[in-house]
Design a protein around this ligand. Structure first.
Ligand code: SF4
Length: 407
């Protein structure tokens, strides 16, 4: 029946068929038949075939536009097996976050990144790391401490500037705890470099790396999500309560911490579940020890969408409108505005007063309506963020001596 379609149209149908299969939705053959039956005649020419084709795409688009329905969806992970490989650090291990740096639309904090580990034992369906690193290997830098104290690294990280470096862009920062001395190396570096904040980002509940003596500029943070998303799309990760309790333990030992409620997903029942998340978080955690809460949502490049589509698992994570913004695909701004402003409105005033809230990699026009603040440029955002973080850290007893010289 598709013989009258062009090569390009058949290619698009094939991709959509793969999507529907991955989402556990009605097969494309059945949607096609249903649409064709509406014409009550055989498809004998290009015109009829194109009419049916357009209607099939319209039906699929309707599925994408609705809040994702997870109710009867059973997810599956890819069950990939990883081997750990210990490697010497490549020459450059400092990078920057994947936002387009000169972009005028997206607001970005210019986070520097440190790839201490590459690839992850967790299996979040939306993860670009899972899509990029292959060969079934997790690579751990074995000479991290040596590298951090090398002349080369010293040249890259100017001691007269203040730095915010994240290790969660190429892996989960705490999935191995301190099993391979990664955390010890970072701790030692933080002790000697008070102009640097190193942010660890995790979805694990491990706490065996926590020490009562630790540098205050090493910041463990947790990524949180609604229970349905944790259960159905963030495979092998710790439960929501497990993550919050791990954060509580770190905070009780004196660490500053933070949370990333990211990626928010627009699904049927999202309001109740994100509300429960905020209630749980604010119940357990004292905001005075929290540096940041970041909020963001799903954003894909074309390449990542393709890689997810071709992975052998069940997910509904790409079942969304995919509006284009700055070369990436996400929800339309109206949906984001609804989700982000709702989430922010749930936080009590003592959190809003004590914690730096920001939108991660989002359109600058969303800041004012969602967070009641905005920045004119990325550097203004970056400066304010660092000022808030360092201000809080230096105000605490152990590091207060240097505040004048650094900020
Ligand atoms: S925890 Fe982070 S790095 Fe690991 S799979 Fe999930 S998103 Fe990717």
């Amino acid at each position: 029946m598709t013989e009258f379609l062009t090569f390009q149209q058949r290619k698009i149908l094939k991709e959509q068929a793969e999507n529907l299969l991955q989402w556990g939705e009605t097969r494309i053959e059945d949607i096609w038949l249903r649409e064709a039956e509406k014409y009550n005649k055989e498809i004998k020419c290009k015109r009829d075939a194109t009419l049916v084709y357009n209607n099939v795409l319209k039906r699929i688009n309707e599925i994408r536009m609705l809040p994702t329905d997870y109710q009867n969806f059973t997810s599956e992970n890819s069950n990939e097996y990883f081997k750990i490989e210990f490697i010497n650090a490549p020459e450059v291990i400092i990078g920057r976050c994947p936002c387009p740096s000169e972009d005028k639309v997206l607001r970005c904090c210019n986070l520097a990144t440190l790839d201490a580990v590459q690839q992850c034992v967790f299996d979040c369906a939306y993860c670009s790391i899972q899509s990029f690193y292959h060969e079934g290997k997790i690579r751990v830098i074995k000479n991290l401490k040596e590298v951090l104290f090398s002349d080369n690294f010293r040249k890259m990280i100017d001691e007269n500037e203040i730095w915010h470096i994240g290790t969660g862009q190429s892996s989960d920062s705490l999935m191995f705890g301190n099993d391979y001395d990664t955390i010890s190396a970072l701790e030692e570096y933080c002790y000697h470099n008070e102009n640097v904040i190193i942010e660890l980002k995790t979805k694990s509940s491990r706490t065996d790396w926590i020490k009562d003596e630790h540098p205050l500029n090493l910041i463990p943070t947790w990524s949180l999500n609604a229970k349905t998303i944790v259960d159905k799309e963030e495979h092998n990760t710790a439960s929501l309560i497990g993550r919050i309790k791990a954060a509580e333990k770190a905070i009780n030992e004196g660490y500053f911490s933070g949370f990333h409620i990211h990626p928010m997903v627009y699904f049927d029942g999202y309001k109740t579940e994100y509300r429960d998340l905020v209630y749980m978080l604010t119940d357990y955690i004292d905001p005075k020890k929290i540096l940041m809460v970041s909020i963001g949502t799903l954003t894909f490049t074309k390449n990542v969408l393709k890689k997810i589509r071709l992975r052998n698992f069940k997910t509904k994570i790409t079942c969304m409108p995919l509006s284009e913004i700055a070369g990436k695909y996400s929800y339309p701004n109206e949906t984001k505005k609804e989700m982000f402003s709702y989430l922010y409105s749930l936080f009590p005033q003592n959190w809003k007063d004590n914690v730096f809230f920001y939108l991660c990699m989002e359109d600058s026009s969303l800041w004012q309506p969602c967070l009641n603040k905005s920045y004119a440029s990325n550097s203004e955002f970056e400066e304010d963020m660092k000022k808030q973080y360092f201000g809080k850290i230096y105000a605490s007893k152990r590091l207060e001596n240097n505040i004048e010289t650094i900020i």
